[in-house]
Design a protein around this ligand. Sequence first.
Ligand code: ADP
Ligand code: MG
Length: 379
Amino acid sequence: AFGYNQAVQENRNLYNMLQELRGNIRVFCRIRPPLHSESISSIEHVGNDGSVMVCDPVKLQNTCKIFQFNKVFGPTTTQDEVYKETQPLIRSVMDGYNVCIFAYGQTGSGKTHTMCGPSGGLPKDFGINYMALNDLFNISTSRADVKYDIRVQMVEIYNEQVRDLLSEDTTSTKLDIRTSSNKGLLNLPDAKICQVQSPSDVINLMQLGEKHRASSSTAMNHRSSRSHSILTVLVNGKDIAGNVNRSSLHLVDLAGSERVDMSEATGERLKEAQHINKSLSCLGDVINALAQKNSHIPYRNSKLTQLLQSSLGGNAKTLIFAHISPEAESYAETLSTLKFAQRASTVELGTAHANKESSEIRELKEQVDTLKKALASKE
Ligand code: ADP
Ligand code: MG
């Protein structure tokens, strides 16, 4: 007979093994609550198995599509509930994994809400950025065997130019990306690095970053939807024997994925739209190439993928939050977001080792079931 703790630990190990086998790209879908109670929804059904069904609000019949993800968060899901599902991934940063979390979706679908929380919100509404750092702190102070050092960088990419959001020197607009092959992790050596020692340090830095982002443009909302913002957490762990463990966490609030009518856009708007289209499609290409285990991964085709190179692929773990708006008028964009996300999550199943992996996964699932039964009989 085995004890409760042991069973829980075994279950956890199996869960981790399953995650490893499943590949490294996970997709969570989050549905924003309707902004007006009277709006007609294009989302018909949210399953608790990670499925979501959307229906063409105009044509009504026979036009429903079902998409399957690792998780789907309905409109009433709280920030805490979302974080709880993200936590294991965040925590793996402390074990030396590089992790990248993206918020994808059209403008207004809730990307910033998920990553930062509502602006001016109370701490309980904080998004993943704050909760992740807070969590990493707690772990770092609870581990006596490893000494951790946590540092933060914050940049935005606008029109293929990288800008430091933590530097007081607002003239340092263009930062160079240096891609180091040795997982050095410091792709932006010239960006300001801030040591953080407490959750309040984090809040101060985030506010500073937001302020710099806002002051760069009179139309702050427009700009924030047209640029990618990246919060990078660099973790350095040193154990008693002197072994050093380096890893990084990238938290990325992407530019709005909506298609801009190129025939109508001109000047600055056209340029922005072209840059966004390019970087988001490059991100998709990199993810697909990684999932298919191609020998050439086209990182260098955009600033975004170049910057994230050491945290995409290899033993890095990637999570994409696909955000969708429920309103009928967003249907076309909702469909396009779901298709992008579906591609990212399913291509990996087509790897060369798919058969072997799926039989291993089946075996592990059986073991998990056996353990669950054993647990249930103890209660
Ligand atoms: P995006 O960053 O994708 O453009 P925002 O995060 O700014 O979108 O969200 C648009 C609006 O919807 C904001 O007013 C935000 O507070 C609200 N909102 C988004 N997601 C949620 C949610 N899950 N619950 C409540 N309000 C939300
Ligand atoms: Mg936003």
